[in-house]
Ligand binder design. Structure first.
Ligand code: FPP
Length: 248
């Protein structure tokens, strides 16, 4: 039985978030430049997204560039931005064929204008698609996002449009970049690192975490399926007891 066939389709995670890590180490192992690792990582992105669509996963969110990544050597940042523009451009056709809607979260205005324009163009073009929403986290960090949300609420209170007593979790979440996206049930990180690294801190509150030693350029749809199968073996309790869950 294939890995895809082993997935229980009635308990599929709706949203899978991924930290794609290990491109640099993968390249180094091969005696190549880090940029080669990022380029090879694009093949993993394509296969994983196609695999997610095949499995019926509705949302996939990839950590493509963190706020902290701006501190990398200028040349690497430049290469990553160029890669993003060319990949998004080249993959638009593939996204259309697979019914994938592109979305982006993060401080998008801090991206080079070429990158921003390409992103908006493909987001616009793919907005009709309904099979899967692919969200790229770009110039993203969770603390930045949460701070933005707090600021937007504070401005509404200052302007008399919101009562502080009315602020609740639902309203707070509606000010996050992910307002229209359900929280991920599953978060995968590659390369054997066991950290969240400022990624979706609010949204991952109840997510199952899955760590694999595979470096991102070696990751393929079968690895996604293995993570989903592992997730389905776990019991999600949301603070309740096993007995309470069984009585439902
Ligand atoms: C982490 O590996 C990876 C990144 C910072 C960039 C991820 C980008 C891609 C896979 C390519 C473009 C993606 C899209 C969506 C078009 P690392 O460099 O931190 O690796 P290391 O930890 O081994 O140094």
């Amino acid at each position: 039985m294939s890995l895809l066939e082993q997935i229980d389709m009635s308990r599929l995670p709706q949203h899978v978030a991924i930290i794609m890590d290990g491109n640099g180490r993968w390249a180094k192992e091969k005696g190549k430049l880090r940029a080669f690792g990022h380029q090879s990582g694009v093949l993993s992105v394509r296969d994983t997204v196609e695999g997610a669509v095949k499995a019926g996963i509705s949302y996939i969110t990839l950590y493509a560039f963190s706020t902290e990544n701006w501190n990398r050597p200028k040349l690497e940042v430049y290469a990553l931005m160029e890669l993003l523009v060319s990949t998004i451009n080249r993959e638009t056709k593939n996204l259309m064929e697979n019914g994938v809607r592109l979305n982006a979260i993060g401080d998008l205005h801090s991206l080079p204008s070429k990158c921003y324009r390409q992103l908006q163009e493909t987001i616009q073009k793919t907005s009709v698609n309904t099979s899967c929403t692919l969200t790229l986290a770009l110039s993203y960090s969770s603390r930045w996002e949460i701070t933005q949300a707090a600021r937007s609420l504070a401005l509404d209170v200052r302007d008399g449009n919101l009562n502080p007593e009315d602020i609740n979790e639902r309203i707070f979440a509606s000010r996050l970049n992910t307002a229209d996206i359900p929280d991920p049930e599953l978060m995968i990180r590659t390369s054997g690192e066991y950290r969240i690294s400022n990624y979706l801190l609010w949204q991952l509150a109840y997510s199952e975490l899955y760590f694999t030693p595979k470096l991102w350029p070696d990751f393929r749809r079968e690895d996604l399926y293995e993570a989903v199968i592992d997730y389905q073996k776990r019991e999600r309790r949301f603070g309740k007891t096993s007995e309470q869950l069984q009585s439902f």
